[in-house]
Design a protein around this ligand. Structure first.
Ligand code: HEM
Length: 455
């Protein structure tokens, strides 16, 4: 059990711990870092394997080297149960945020064994290659429809046209939500954004936590009524223990009947988790990835000629500029790492974005090189919590990039530096990506694209 008071009290470096502030001579998270975190990551990697920072959640260890990031993610002494001191960081917030914590803490991503393995087994059944292959034509069609709707006679914003709405639409397909306002209300992406704003803040305010709670509970109410409709269908069919549909919701309902999912809160938690885990992340891969590709015209030409290279390209884009820059763990028992004493309850932030640029793991790490060869990118994590949506993400991103490159050979960034970044050190992405198709109307500098709402 992590004590809330302690999580707040730790804001000075433990004895002997190098402090990030002292090492860098400045705050770690500033505007320059948000624009380009890679020089700071290099400084951290080179300075020490473990650095203390008071900018993350009132105080946390930062791990930046590839071997250590992978090691922590695979090591059961580092617990995924970390929502207690995160959601409810003061006595004042304990009551106000109880609903948030109750649901959030039950999501698979925050569970340890054996509960984690039990829930993951149920969820994995819906992410099999055959399930994903069944979705492929629908994803192709959804991408094509969204690209058809773009008016290329003028500059347009790729984020609002495709990167923001598509991932939620694809997750909804996977979950088995019908394409109706009842199943997929228009607020679903906004709710997910509110939640992402909380998750993406290194030290969320009470106001951010309350907004996230409002969104989470709205999402939960939505799923509650959807699940009630699906349960009613199961019962009236007389197939109480058979899934009527083998989508995620169908499998979760069946697992609930079999006792593999324990109670409706656990079931609801997995539904909302899928939305927030898959939406914000994939959206940034699509926008960041396309911006990076367009900044490398020779690579774009090569991918048009040899689309079979797209899987390698997407993997490299994930390494080069990871949409998820870090994740966290709590130290489950007192231990020593690199000669440093870590106390039970300490928070460890594993800097995935830094690990992916570690020269000890990748030659010329700051270069985009699609010939690096296979290997699951650390961008999806490692160990028991490695991303369950990785294969879906790769399929979705390949589909998008293939269609965009083939459809618009003369696609270009409106200006190399007009893209607008998220203000989060966790989610590395864009709130807008203005593009134009050269030679088809539109002025190079014209602001006439539809701006996305800020994330
Ligand atoms: C670019 C896209 C994505 C990235 C970069 C990404 C990244 C990650 C990372 C780093 C983790 C590990 C977190 C940790 O160990 O604490 C993770 C876990 C997870 N991801 Fe993703 N993800 C992406 C897309 C998706 C999608 C599309 C879905 C679902 C449809 C999804 C669902 C999940 C779930 C459920 C987990 C928790 C797995 C577990 O706890 O066993 N992700 N993801």
């Amino acid at each position: 059990m992590i004590h809330t008071r302690r999580a707040i009290a730790i804001n000075a470096p433990p004895p002997g711990a190098p402090s990030a502030r002292a090492l860098l001579g400045r705050a770690l998270i500033d505007d320059a870092f948000l624009r380009n975190p890679y020089p700071t990551y290099r400084a951290l990697r080179e300075a020490a394997p473990l650095v203390w920072s008071d900018e993350f959640f009132g105080g946390a260890w930062l791990v930046s080297r590839h071997a250590d990031v992978e090691g922590v993610l695979r090591d059961a002494r580092f617990s995924a149960q970390r929502t207690g001191g995160w959601v409810m960081r003061s006595d004042d917030s304990r009551t106000e945020l109880r609903g948030f914590q109750r649901l959030f803490a039950r999501a698979m991503i925050f569970l340890d064994a054996p509960d984690h393995a039990r829930v993951r087994q149920v969820m994995s059944a819906a992410f099999r290659p055959t399930d994903l292959q069944r979705l492929a034509p629908r994803i192709e069609q959804a991408v094509s429809d969204r690209l058809d709707a773009v008016d290329i006679r003028r500059p347009f914003d790729f984020v609002s046209a495709l990167a923001r709405p598509l991932p939620a639409q694809v997750i909804a397909m996977l979950m088995g939500m019908d394409d109706t306002e009842d199943d997929q209300p228009s607020e679903i992406v906004d709710w997910s954004d509110e939640l992402a704003a909380f998750i993406g803040a290194p030290a969320p305010s009470l106001a951010q936590a309350l907004s996230a709670q409002t969104a989470l509970l709205a999402m939960a109410r939505h799923f509650e009524s959807l699940l009630a409709r699906r349960r009613a269908g199961l019962e009236s069919d007389g197939h109480r223990n058979e899934p009527a549909r083998d989508d995620v919701i169908g499998r979760l309902l069946q697992a609930e009947c079999l006792g593999q999912i324990r109670g409706s809160a656990e079931l609801l938690a997995q539904c909302v988790m899928l939305l927030f885990a898959g939406h914000e992340t994939t959206r940034h891969l699509l926008a960041n990835g396309l911006r990076t590709l367009l900044a490398h015209p020779a690579l774009c030409q090569r991918l048009r000629r040899e689309p079979a290279l797209l899987p390698d390209a997407v993997r490299e884009l994930l390494r080069y500029d990871s949409p998820v820059q870090y994740t966290g763990r709590r130290v489950a028992c007192d231990l020593t790492l690199h000669g440093q004493a870590l106390r039970r309850g300490d928070l460890v932030v594993v800097l995935i974005g830094a690990a992916n640029r570690d020269p000890a793991r990748h030659e010329r790490p700051d270069e985009l090189d699609i010939a690096r060869g296979p290997g699951a990118p650390l961008a999806f994590g490692k160990g028991p919590h490695a991303c369950i949506g990785a294969a879906l993400t790769l399929m979705e991103a390949q589909t998008v990039f293939a269609q965009v490159l083939e459809r618009w050979p003369d696609l270009a960034l409106v200006q190399p530096d007009t893209a607008c970044g998220t203000a989060s050190p966790l989610y590395r992405g864009l709130t807008e990506l203005p593009l134009r198709v050269r030679g088809v109307g539109g002025s190079v500098t014209g602001p006439a694209y539809t701006a996305a709402s800020p994330a």
